[in-house]
Design a protein. Structure first.
Length: 132
């Protein structure tokens, strides 16, 4: 069992390096969740379109989404979609940040971008309340 587990991990790592994940067509329910997630992202001024996203069965353990730079493609797994539109929007937003803004995971640049967007949103809302 350990050999097959090790082999599976090697294959998954190779797939991640190559960006070779078999595309699966979304069920009608999955398509609805994906569209709902895109609508959430539009409210965040995120210009991600579904044509930039490829659905696949799996991306490996604990990987919900992945941006493959060489292929300039965002991949999401069925598990991410199954979590519902809010979780899917979070996964897609993160991958969009990698694609559009070239931000890397666990970096000061990513943290600064996210926090400045959060603070900007709160400040904008507060300013609108004061205006009216």
């Amino acid at each position: 069992a350990n050999l097959s587990e090790a082999k599976r991990k090697m294959i998954e790592q190779g797939d991640q390096r190559e960006g070779s994940f078999p595309e699966v067509l979304p069920t009608p329910g999955e398509a609805n969740k994906m569209s709902a997630a895109i609508r959430i992202l539009e409210a965040l001024e995120c210009d991600l379109d579904l044509y930039e996203v490829q659905l696949t069965e799996t991306l490996g353990p604990n990987v919900m989404g992945l941006y493959h730079r060489d292929r300039d493609q965002i991949f999401i797994c069925r598990e991410a979609v199954a979590q519902g539109p809010h979780m899917l929007a979070m996964v897609l937003f993160e991958e969009w940040l990698h694609k559009r803004h070239k931000l890397k995971d666990n970096t000061r640049a990513m943290q600064t971008y996210l926090l400045s967007r959060l603070i900007g949103t709160i400040t904008d809302q507060h300013h609108e309340e004061e205006t009216y």
